[in-house]
Design a binder for this molecule. Structure first.
Ligand code: WT7
Length: 647
């Protein structure tokens, strides 16, 4: 990906105080993990976790690939993130909230404790939420979302956050799959200076189904007029005031599920990725300390939404477990202008800034010199996540935002990995732009072929050993867990975790992520399965056949490109609009297509399999180099190329 051959060394002044301060230090740790894997993890589990009672085994592989970590240990994540900090950090800001309209609230660890305890009591006593119950959150980026997550963790309920951009249909599916007991939502919130509404989406979802839901708890944020279902809907702001200020936490087992988070795969409906308690929180905290190097009075800002794994691990759990100050922002970084993010960095003296390449490209495009208008000297580490970062975006981020002083940590990981897996260490790793560099200490990443042989010039990115923060299961579908992640690649007879990404390793051992090799599309860092999109398009009565691929996009990274075969007639504006409406309703606005083209047929093998690779090449405008002689009708390719050109 990178054409810039320059290697960027860590800032020596920064490295001096960094948690991992040289490549020697990195290799020392990684070699320790290679030599004594369990001993390596034991050290950190003992050092970092506030155990209520100790574990017996570090790693239990007896039921592989259902790995268990720190078996029989007891802990509570809200204790790890709040209570244990109260002795010395009660007055430190835990959450620094900035609203869309510039309103700021500093929530200390003591205040966070009070609010989480009250919310936990509310859930436990008013709604009878018990350990193991599922709670769906459909929330804007407001502090109450954080309280709700931590309150669930406190009483042992399993939260499942549904991103606020998902449609009622998508919300309903997730509620039903998890058989959730209650939904926590808000009337709405503010975005670009205007109120927007969320509660009505919950209403529609529950009109269609979601029978398991007993109650809807509504936080009032923008106080807009909303529909109210008596008996079902409850006002958080009223109920919370009378809750008791102390709520004893549950002693959770290391392996009890902490949360579910639905994500798209290459086939079927979204999967409920199930994370554990101990392994997850351990790695969330460790990666904050290693990759972002948080310490002292650092102010950490991750711009993700809590509806994605990045928001879970790096807005809430990781920063709070590490006892740092985490910034939570309701708005968008381009409102009221392209300087908003930089103004926030200046105002709050932010030390680590973590965002997605798509956001960097937007901010670069909208305001190339904008960062120079602000004092960004507080910044020490810049991070990116979600997709490969292209050299122009990298260079601007490094030079203009970071003033050539800050390391850029290009962090590769997934919903399923829980936390960072491959990333530079800001005080140690010489950086090649566009390259995620090395697996973190304790993580065993290899690029292999399907037989498990090393394939450094381009292969499948695999993790060859279980790690504490890994996915534990797909909710309600253990067979799919095994086949989706351990079904493709084996090494010496043992099935190993395959990420779905392609990668290569260069002569210096640097890993570069190439992108998904399965049927997953990444639009602005949002992951969607072609299968889900195709299922939605098929609901249009005109459509006989459909195939969905991605096409590279300047800002979004990838965009959605749809080929359709019509039953009769020809494509027109109405059909295109209807298809996009279906996508918005079935999935959400993020699933709308940039291109919908009509073709006379799809390229299929004689066994009827659609050759998506050919369609991908055509969408990109690339020449077809694949062998098309095995197609049932090779002439179709020329016709598709012509249609694509005309579209
Ligand atoms: C997919 C996971 C992990 C939080 C955000 C997305 C892509 C992620 C990088 C990176 C290149 C990346 C991969 C991965 N991805 N980080 N630094 N460089 N690609 O989480 O929705 O689970 O998506 O995002 O394709 O498989 P997710």
């Amino acid at each position: 990906m990178s054409t810039d051959k320059k290697i960027y060394q860590p800032n020596p002044a920064f490295a001096k105080h960094a948690a991992i301060n040289s490549m020697d230090a990195y290799w020392k740790l990684q070699n320790k993990a290679i030599e004594d894997y369990e001993g390596f993890w034991k050290k950190y589990a003992d050092e970092k976790i506030d155990w209520l009672s100790g574990y017996d085994k570090v790693l239990d592989e007896s039921d592989a690939p259902f790995y268990k970590w720190f078996t029989e240990g007891r802990l509570n994540v809200s204790n790890q993130c709040i209570d244990r900090h109260l002795a010395d950090k009660a007055h430190k800001t835990a959450i620094l909230f900035e609203g869309d309209r510039g309103d700021v609230e500093e929530i200390t660890y003591a205040l966070l404790s009070l609010r989480v305890n009250k919310m936990a009591n509310l859930l436990r006593h008013e709604f009878n939420v018990k350990k193991g119950d599922r709670v769906v959150l459909y929330m804007p980026m407001i502090p109450e979302a954080a309280y709700a997550m931590l309150a669930c963790a406190r009483i042992g309920a399993i939260h499942s956050i549904v991103f606020g951009g998902f449609s009622a249909e998508a919300l309903k599916d997730r509620i039903e799959d998890a058989e959730a007991k209650i939904v926590i939502t808000a009337d709405g919130a503010y975005r670009k200076g205007k109120p927007y509404m969320l509660k009505q989406v919950v209403d529609s979802a529950l009109e269609e189904g979601g029978e398991s839901i007993e109650a809807v708890l509504v936080v009032k944020r923008n106080n807009e007029e909303i529909n109210w279902v008596e008996g079902r809907d409850h006002n958080y702001n009223e109920l919370i005031t009378s809750q008791h200020a102390e709520c004893p936490f549950e002693a959770m087992d290391s392996e009890d599920p902490l949360f579910l988070l639905y994500t798209s795969g290459s086939t079927g409906k979204p999967k409920g990725v199930q994370h554990s308690t101990a392994g997850y929180i351990l790695w969330a905290q460790m990666t904050m300390e290693w990759v972002f190097d948080v310490k002292g009075d650092d102010i950490f800002w991750c711009t993700a939404d809590i509806g994605w794994i990045t928001g879970h691990t790096y807005i809430i759990y990781g920063p709070l477990a590490a006892g740092t100050t985490t910034v939570m922002f309701e708005g968008v970084p381009t409102y009221p202008d392209a300087g908003r993010a930089w103004k926030m960095v200046q105002d709050h003296k932010i030390t680590q800034f973590y965002t997605a390449p798509t956001a960097i490209r937007v901010l670069h495009k909208m305001g190339e010199d904008e960062p120079k208008k602000y004092d960004l000297s507080s910044l020490k580490v810049l991070g990116t996540v979600g997709e490969p970062i292209d050299p122009p975006a990298w260079k601007w981020y490094y030079e203009t935002v970071g003033n050539s002083n800050c390391a850029i940590v290009d962090t590769w990981w997934q919903t399923e990995t829980g936390g960072h897996m491959i990333s530079p260490l800001p005080g140690a790793t010489p950086i090649k732009p566009g390259c995620a560099t090395f697996a973190l200490p304790g993580i065993m990443a290899e690029v292999l072929d399907y037989q498990g042989e090393t394939k450094n010039d381009g292969g499948l990115l695999c993790i060859t050993k279980p790690w504490p923060a890994m996915i534990r299961n797909i909710w309600g579908d253990p067979d799919r867990y095994v086949s989706a992640y351990f079904g493709d690649v084996s090494k010496n007879g043992t099935p190993i975790y395959f990420s779905g990404d392609g990668a290569r390793v260069d002569e210096d051992g640097y890993i570069t992520i190439v992108g998904r090799v399965d049927d997953v599309i990444n639009v602005s860092g949002h992951r969607m399965g072609t299968a889900e999109i195709e299922a939605a398009v098929k609901k249009d009565d005109h459509v006989a056949e459909v195939a969905v691929v991605s096409r590279p996009h300047d800002i979004k990274g990838e965009s959605i490109f749809i080929y359709i075969v019509l039953k009769e007639g020809h494509i027109n504006k109405d059909i295109k609009n209807h298809i996009n409406e279906l996508l918005a309703n079935e999935i959400g606005n993020i699933a709308k297509a940039d291109h919908i083209i009509e073709v006379p047929g799809l390229p299929k093998t004689r066994s009827g399999k659609i050759m998506r690779r050919i369609l991908r090449s055509i969408a990109k405008g690339e020449e077809i180099t694949q062998d098309i002689s095995t197609l049932e009708d090779p002439s179709i390719v020329e016709q598709i190329i012509t249609s694509a050109r005309e579209a």
